[in-house]
Design a protein around this ligand. Structure first.
Ligand code: SAH
Length: 463
């Protein structure tokens, strides 16, 4: 991050702008939303700016900028649309201690002005460090459509009501109160009856929350999908948005944890196959303990929690402790991986069933119905199959599987560093070992990537 976003207190402070034409006007339109004292310095000033001066929105100094003009200014804008003149005035302002921005000159600017969504006092600033103005505009348009116009009024009136809400205990009750105000009853009351209806709405909501007795915690057992945050379900996102505590697996990506409520406590209960781990019983106890403290706990598991997720152990612990829970499914690694090789898990006339199997279980390498799997056309998605590749290969060949059966290894499914390695059963080892996998990987037995070109390339690479 080369630019750190902050909100600068400018009420009553000087902001000076050099320039009097279009670029100046564009910046002034934004700056006039603030309570800063604006000074425009230019020999030629557009009539529009002159009109603003007559409305006391700014002061004009009707000449070219001179030393002394930017004294005590918090911010300075060079908006002359003339590189030489902008450099001259920026040097003066810089010497006089103002932070400078030169319009359309990122490299020489000390700060940049973001795209702004204005629901004062709620403001959203969007910046791309100059990389993608189109993107900033698209995000702005999206937010403009999404945030109700009444949001500013709701926030302003809500602020005056904050002290009244002190009667509610900190935490969930208060959050419930504000979230139903801002996203439910508030906008509705405003739309139907106008600003006058807001305070009565606040009062009603407060009464309802005071009367609400439910302070028991609960647990959402949530599937985080394979890694790409866009593969989260909306339910999962909403749960993350409301969580007090998030307890996650090692495979849950930072991009997904970013979506957790800012105040949420994030606990890494990472467990690694064969490696050091937090004991499942400790994880169970941790989940129960936080829920019993009245928290909304999100137990976040990679992929789908019902697939090799040790979900039942956690459910049993919750049931034993009488804690409410619900399961929010996620996209399992096999679903995301098969999509990324352009194949189907099942296909007419090829395989009418698919197995999700694990390479190892608590007792070591896992045994399966190898004979059935060895039949032509069978498909299996092998989870946790890195270390067990040679074992699986051996068992299948022993039971008569065709050595040329396609096998595809997909590492880091749906993440930026996803890798697809196409091979065959007979080549599975040493291909797996030679690939030097560092991320989670799923192996498809019986499926090749649809894209034949990619197949021969990766085969060459890893053969
Ligand atoms: N509940 C998870 C599976 C947990 S077991 C799910 O539904 O996906 C852990 C195994 O899942 C890993 O060893 C790997 O085989 C697979 N896995 C999970 N995330 C993956 C990813 N992003 N890419 C490839 N494999 C993944």
């Amino acid at each position: 991050m080369q630019h750190f976003p902050i909100f600068l207190a400018v009420a009553g402070r000087r902001i000076v702008l050099s320039g009097g034409a279009d670029a100046a006007m564009a910046k002034l339109r934004l700056l006039m939303k603030t309570e800063a004292k604006l000074t425009v310095i230019a020999a030629d000033v557009a009539p529009e700016i002159q009109r603003w001066a007559t409305q006391d929105k700014l002061t004009i100094i009707n000449r070219a900028m001179q030393p002394g003009d930017a004294l005590c200014a918090a911010l300075f804008y060079a908006a002359n649309e003339d590189d030489a003149e902008d450099a001259r005035v920026a040097a003066i302002a810089n010497a006089e201690g103002a932070l400078i921005n030169i319009v359309d000159n990122l490299a020489d600017s000390q700060f940049i002005t973001p795209a702004i969504v204005d629901r004062d006092p709620v403001t959203v600033a969007i910046g791309t460090e100059g990389a993608a103005p189109v993107l900033a505009r698209a995000i702005k348009a999206d937010l403009e459509a999404r945030l109700p116009q009444s949001l500013g009024a709701l926030a302003r009136i809500g602020k005056t009501f904050r002290h009244a809400v002190d009667v509610l205990p900190m935490g969930r009750k208060r959050r419930n109160f504000w979230s139903s105000f801002y996203f439910g009853a508030g906008p509705k009351a405003f739309e139907e009856k106008g600003a006058a209806a807001i305070v009565p709405t606040l009062e009603t909501l407060l009464d309802q929350q005071i009367m609400a007795t439910d302070t028991a915690g609960h647990v959402d057992l949530v599937g985080a999908g394979p890694g790409d945050p866009e593969l989260l379900t909306l339910k999962a996102r909403n749960a993350l948005d409301k969580a007090d505590v998030v307890i996650h697996d090692r495979l849950v990506t930072p991009g997904i944890l970013e979506l957790a409520r800012r105040e949420a406590i994030i606990i890494d209960a990472g467990k690694e196959g064969f490696g050091p781990s937090m004991a499942q019983s400790d994880i169970d106890a941790l989940i129960v303990e936080h829920a019993q403290n009245g928290h909304h706990v999100v137990r976040l598991k990679a992929g789908d929690p019902t697939v090799f997720g040790r979900l039942d152990e956690e459910i049993e612990a919750l049931e034993a402790a009488d804690v409410r829970y619900r399961i929010i499914p996620g996209i399992t690694a096999a679903s995301a991986a098969v999509a990324n090789i352009g194949q189907s898990l099942t296909k007419r006339n090829r395989n009418s069933s698919v197995r999700l199997i694990t390479g190892h279980d608590t007792k070591g390498y896992a045994d399966h119905d190898w004979k059935a799997l060895a039949a032509p056309g069978e498909v299996a998605a092998i989870y946790m199959g890195k270390k067990s590749a040679r074992f699986i290969q051996g068992r299948l060949l022993m039971h008569g599987a065709n050595p040329a059966t396609p096998v595809t290894i997909i590492e880091n499914v749906s993440r930026a560093d996803q890798r697809i390695i196409a091979t065959t059963l007979v080549e599975l080892e040493p291909t797996m070992s030679n690939a030097g996998l560092t991320g989670p990987a799923i192996t498809f037995y019986g499926l090749a990537p649809r894209d034949a070109a990619a197949q021969s390339l990766t085969l060459k690479e890893f053969a």
